[in-house]
Design a protein around this ligand. Structure first.
Ligand SMILES: [Zn+2]
Length: 264
């Protein structure tokens, strides 16, 4: 019951922030796109429904594993006599480290990239791009989340807090908003900001292979994958040759990992 309520609260926060960012994209857009925003959002919203359903369907696995590690003293953090708040903080950091690895592997492995390019084939990044994720990628990310729970021994409530923070920040990162540069630079000392993540969506391979962090920006700095702000007048999103209409429909996006498209 507690998990069901948490899921509802999470969904509500997610939809609420999405609406707010959608409004901000109208008022202070980073780019003024020519297309209809609603039409552009349709496949992304359909993928969002799949994303939520896949996560809900597999939430029992996180609940089971979190309970198992705590009751059986499995995981690095269970070996340390930590107060609850520091254990929660470490749990959040641990989950975010594994999210970083999951993302890097999506880029560095051939199979991972077949799925992850659904997300990167977006040529007009906005808040709805957050949910543009193939169910295969969702499954991959859940597996890494389970691995983090097992390795560190993270209580379920910490996993839920992490997922809320992660989904809220992911929406911020993708929103097509023109952030105040000074505020963006200040925030990115700790977290991934909209301008920092936009670099990762560039068509330029060197820029795509940077800024993988999920919530905390220090992973990119620590693993030397950090790339600072770009000239947004020169930045082009998406993947070369993937703008054709049939690849951008829901059907095209779901088929993408299983289709041998050549990327120039
Ligand atoms: Zn990526």
């Amino acid at each position: 019951m507690q998990i069901v309520l948490s899921d509802h609260a999470r969904l509500l926060a997610l939809v609420g922030l999405c609406g707010l960012l959608w409004l901000l994209e109208t008022i202070i857009p980073l780019y003024r796109y020519q297309h209809s925003r609603v039409r552009h959002a349709i496949p992304n919203v359909a993928l969002a429904v799949m994303l939520v359903l896949t996560n809900l369907a597999l939430s029992f696995a996180s609940a089971y594993l979190a309970g198992f590690t705590i009751h059986n003293g499995v995981g690095l953090f269970t070996l340390l006599a930590l107060p609850p708040w520091s254990r929660a903080l470490l749990g959040i950091v641990g989950l975010d480290l594994f999210a970083y690895f999951a993302h890097v592997m999506l880029h560095k492995s051939w199979l991972g990239w077949q799925f992850h390019r659904v997300h990167h084939s977006e040529s007009a990044v906005d808040v709805t791009t957050t949910f543009r994720q193939h169910p295969g990628e969702t499954l991959w990310r859940i597996l890494w989340q389970l691995a983090a729970i097992l390795v560190f021994g993270i209580p379920l409530w910490v996993v839920i807090v992490y997922l809320i923070l992660s989904s809220l920040n992911a929406q911020m990162e993708h929103a097509n908003i023109n952030m105040n540069r000074s505020l963006d630079r200040l925030l990115r000392l700790l977290i991934v900001t909209p301008h920092m993540h936009k670099v990762h969506h560039s068509q330029d391979q060197r820029e795509t292979d940077s800024n993988y962090s999920n919530i905390f920006s220090f992973w990119d700095r620590g693993f030397r994958t950090y790339l600072g702000e770009l000239d947004f007048r020169k930045l082009r999103y998406g993947l070369d040759g993937f703008d054709v209409k049939e690849r951008q429909t829901l059907r095209g996006l779901l088929k993408m990992p299983f289709t041998n498209y050549t990327q120039s």
